[in-house]
Design a protein around this ligand. Structure first.
Ligand code: M7G
Length: 690
């Protein structure tokens, strides 16, 4: 062991026997707070190159202290007097005047940052910002959770435990917080740490955690009452966001104590957390949460990097707008072409269905789940599952860690940081669920169910090929019932299958879009052209990458994208060359859409019909509908260029570029179109020169 290692160990081993601080030397003051009588200093430790952080704190007086102080043993020195007023310095017996110190050694740079006073700034974190900035930052660098696991595994602080509910899912353990002596109730501070691992913060909570949270509230308060006599109505319990330690824990403090960290930009009362989740299971995934970040922290730096703290003239502009404005168009186009591979590449050796088509169907399935599930998140997970097609190693034998690394690299090489991080966070979530590493949450269970259902559907479709449609659908129906698709409740009660069968019919009908080749390409004799489903898939991806998000996040454009051509499974892909008027086409599509969704419960049918109608109506203020229309045309010309390159027949798809020359309406897509046209011209000029 190195000298420094030895010094650290010695310091560590001495904690319980320490009687003085002779091996510590004051180095500098990190922060102090007059009102809470707390100072934090950095200290040098004899023989060690690592610093220590020492938190020194004067304690509230207890009755016993006061009795002791007002006694003959206290030394007294007069400072001033005037009339009936006198001021003294009291020098009480040290027993009545203790100062508490918490020592952290070896302290990391992050500890020093945490305790160093520096200006803070508020961040209003949307779901996009959480996925794109906060989550990657937390995953990259956070405080070690060893002390938490030591308590949970009873390796440390065993004698301080005041209550335990040992249930591995809904149980927790309580001990006095590091900041509290465990003596006087005036500054009571108890910490409850949940047994269940993997709940990082408030952002991970959903309805499935309600039993745990209710236990924490009721049993936690009662345990404090029993142990310290503090009435339940005088106990404040709350969760920090952002916390320092990303393993769910709840703070319990005495109501009359202004505990550090009870400020409103940090604390979320447990009662309110429970109530929010009771009303909306995915409240904490989609809510905007505001917190303060310290200028010294990496989280602050990550937000600064995306321009979050820049004063923006156009308030309505989202960070995505800003990122795309400053980023390189060609790289984004490269990425879109790479993901375009998923439109054509089979997702398994046994079937022809491509990654893109499969992701699209899973996204539509997610849209048909009950509203109590965070469907928007599932739609996004389903679409980004197609990122598996990127990189070198194939899905079937994927080494997941390598795949994740490759995907991460490709994303960060091509997309602005916020978008790259957001897509990667979603992809990693998909991978973790697929590998069975995340479980317990309703969303994760549903998503896993969708993945399994998709696989069953793919196998079933293969079987049908040989035998017509007389193949047993029992396994699919059972799986759909488990997933709570429309009709599942009745099925559970009386095994009535009709509604589930209707739903399956709907799924089979829309699945025809996974085989329907787009007419435009067929007419131009493109070999192995994409299907309508594959086209909708990339529109969905475009919608995740960039939609109109002034401050609030919506996956609107993505959902409009995956629904807009659905009626084509009934009326086919009608192009401008098919001699059908625009009005007639719209009327036929609407009728077909209604037909398609007729046997679905109203809420599900509406959930699909509304985005479809928004696309059709193209109302002036509906930016995401207008944007999706641009995406429709842009996906087409990008695809045309991809086919031109693949088929080596020169610019034979010119008509697609001509017909869309002036149709783009949004700034972002106009910019992409311009870049694509330039790239295409350069490509063919080079070809001619060669
Ligand atoms: P947080 O919300 O993650 O961070 O709370 P913050 O309040 O520090 O910003 C973590 C809580 O765990 C804090 O109240 C700490 O005082 C407490 N704590 C930290 N450590 C290292 C320990 C420990 O070793 N034992 C106990 N009992 N509490 C700790």
């Amino acid at each position: 062991m190195s000298k420094n290692g030895e010094a650290c160990k010695r310091f560590h081993d001495n904690h319980s026997e320490r009687t003085d601080l002779s091996d510590l030397k004051f180095k500098r003051l990190l922060s102090d707070n007059a009102s809470s009588k707390l100072a934090v200093v950095e200290a040098e430790v004899e023989g060690s190159t690592d610093p220590a952080v020492v938190v020194i704190n004067k304690l509230p007086f207890t009755q016993q202290d006061l009795t002791g102080i007002l006694s003959g043993s206290t030394g007294v020195e007069n400072e001033m007097q005037n009339d009936i007023y006198g001021q003294y310095w009291l020098k009480p017996d040290p027993n009545y005047n203790p100062v508490k110190a918490n020592i952290i050694h070896p302290a990391t740079q992050k500890h020093i940052e945490k305790y160093t006073s520096s200006p803070s700034h508020l961040v209003k974190e949307t779901e996009d910002l959480y996925l794109g900035v906060t989550l990657p930052c937390i995953l990259k660098e956070q405080f070690s959770l060893d002390w938490v696991y030591n308590i949970l595994e009873k390796k440390q602080e065993q004698d301080r435990i005041i209550y335990e509910n040992a249930d591995p899912m809904d149980g927790f353990l309580m001990a006095p917080d590091f900041k509290w002596t465990g003596k006087q109730v005036e500054d009571l501070y108890v910490l409850a740490i949940v047994h269940r691992r993997g709940i990082k913060s408030l952002r991970d909570l959903n309805e499935s955690h309600l039993p745990l949270l209710r236990n924490l509230e009721t049993q936690g308060k009662l345990a404090i009452f029993k142990k310290y006599g503090l009435p339940v109505s005088k106990i404040r319990c709350y969760i920090h966001y952002q916390p320092s330690y990303y393993h769910l824990h709840v703070h319990f403090t005495a109501l009359e104590y202004d505990a550090p960290g009870i400020n409103c930009e940090k604390s979320h009362l447990l009662e309110e957390v429970i109530s929010n989740l009771e009303q909306n299971s995915h409240y904490y995934q989609t809510a905007e949460l505001t917190f303060a970040v310290n200028e010294k922290s990496n989280l602050y730096k990550a937000y600064k990097e995306i321009g979050y703290f820049q004063e923006r003239e156009e308030e309505n502009k989202s960070f995505l707008d800003l990122e795309f404005e400053s980023g390189s168009c060609e790289k984004v186009l490269d990425f879109l072409q790479m993901i375009g591979k998923a439109k054509h590449e089979p997702s398994g050796e046994q079937w022809e269905t491509t990654y893109g088509e499969s992701s699209w169907r899973m996204a539509v399935l997610a849209m048909c789940l009950p509203e109590t599930v965070n469907r928007q998140r599932l739609v996004q997970l389903a679409l980004v599952s197609s990122l598996c097609s990127l990189g070198t190693c194939n899905d079937e034998n994927t080494h997941w860690d390598q795949k994740s690394q490759e995907v991460k690299q490709i994303l960060s090489d091509h997309l602005p940081p916020l978008v790259a991080n957001k897509l990667f966070s979603l992809f990693q979530e998909h991978v973790d669920i697929r590998r069975g590493r995340l479980n317990g949450s309703k969303e994760h269970n549903c998503y896993r169910g969708i993945l399994e259902l998709e696989e069953i559907l793919l196998r079933w479709e293969e079987e049908c090929k040989g035998k017509g449609e007389n193949v047993c659908t029992e396994a699919i129906i059972n799986r759909m019932a488990l997933l709570q698709f429309p009709g599942a409740n009745r099925f559970k009660l009386c095994k009535e299958k009709t509604e589930l069968e209707n739903f399956l019919k709907f799924v089979m009908k829309i699945s025809e879009l996974m085989r329907l080749k787009r007419t435009g390409w067929v007419k131009c004799q493109v070999r192995d052209p994409e299907t309508v489903a594959a086209h909708m898939f990339r529109m969905g991806i475009l919608g995740i990458i960039y939609s109109h998000t002034p401050i609030r996040v919506e996956v609107d454009a993505c959902i409009i994208g995956i629904c807009h051509d659905m009626a084509e499974c009934i009326i086919g892909d009608i192009t401008p060359h098919c001699k059908v008027s625009v009005e007639d086409k719209a009327a036929r599509e609407l009728a077909a859409f209604q037909d398609l969704t007729r046997d679905l419960p109203e809420t599900i049918a509406l959930g699909l019909l509304v985005p479809f109608s928004r696309y059709e109506n193209q109302e002036a203020g509906d930016f995401n509908a207008i944007l999706t229309k641009d995406y429709d045309k842009f996906d087409m010309i990008l695809q045309a260029f991809e086919y031109e390159k693949k088929e080596k027949r020169g610019p034979f798809l010119q008509q697609f570029f001509d017909s869309t020359m002036t149709c783009f309406q949004t700034q972002a897509v106009k910019k992409w179109q311009k870049s694509l046209l330039e790239t295409r011209t350069a490509y063919f000029t080079n070809q001619t020169n060669v």
